[in-house]
Write a protein that binds this ligand. Sequence first.
Ligand code: SF4
Length: 358
Amino acid sequence: MRLARKRLLEWYRANKRAMPWRETRDPYAIWISEAMLQQTRVETVIPYWERFLSRFPDVHALAIANPDDVLGVWAGLGYYSRARNLQAAARVIDQNYGGKLPDDAETLQTLPGIGRYTAGAVASIAFDRPEPVLDGNVKRVLARLLGIRADIGLPATVERLWQEAGALARGPHPGDLNQALMELGATLCTPRAPRCESCPVSQFCDASKKGDAESLPIKARKKPARKVEAVAALVVRRGKALAVRRPSRGLLGGLWDLPGGDLVTGETPRAGLTRALRERTGLEISRASAIGIVEHVFTHRKLTLHVYRANTSTDRIRLDGFEGHKWLAPRAIADLPHANVTAKALDLLISSTARSSN
Ligand code: SF4
């Protein structure tokens, strides 16, 4: 194991890709990068990380920020609970730890949104603690390297992988070692066509010897994403359009959206729009015109969103399933923190307005 660790470290230092958070030892900056990198590609994260740090340069700045500003800087990255948790954790760190991140994985895990992976990453990378990390890349590398041929969706397999990652991290430079495993999984030990001939640990690798690397790790088949149809509308009253705020818990929590809702079985989009707006906002609509369709894939949902423009003369709002509302100039809705799917619907509405005014 000592030789494998040495090879990994040498390879990482010679081959690591340039990433701005690899140029800093600031635990706060490293923590933000780890939160952003979950479920999101490096190239996407870089500009968000830079903007976030210039807007909220330290724990205190994040702790006292307006939550809408935090969501606004995060908008487009997805998985918005991460942004809310970052701020909740920043407030605890600011109040209880003098604005400095705790340096041990156990304490880090008591903070909102910090699980075993993030705690291990921050403790090892920022504080040189011998703590493991286990993300999708590390699971794949370890399953192949050690020849673990059990379903990695099973808790017992995951626990075994944590133990193996922990054994590897107990040595010099645990932060670099953890990053080496992640980097190897991202660049050479890829899901398809791993490049074993260039791999620094191929001589120790069970899957490479047995020739079954591509079939590892073993994963039970995932359920396909559920198909959902929904409607949303730009509802206008006296030149102002309605924006609604989603509940802070749940999908796209705390973000602003166009009013609407899911269709029920057998319902046409137009009928669904009238019903959803009546039930969820208390508004009666008129002159609804179909603008187009937006397709969007969430982790477990494949959404088809029918987008409308409609008028209303009602001014009494009765919200059900939303936490707030604003009447504002239609184009100003895009300035509120909103999700990618809402951005797609707004783009559709703006381009249809441009077409009809030409
Ligand atoms: S030898 Fe091949 S399968 Fe084994 S860790 Fe390296 S790239 Fe992955």
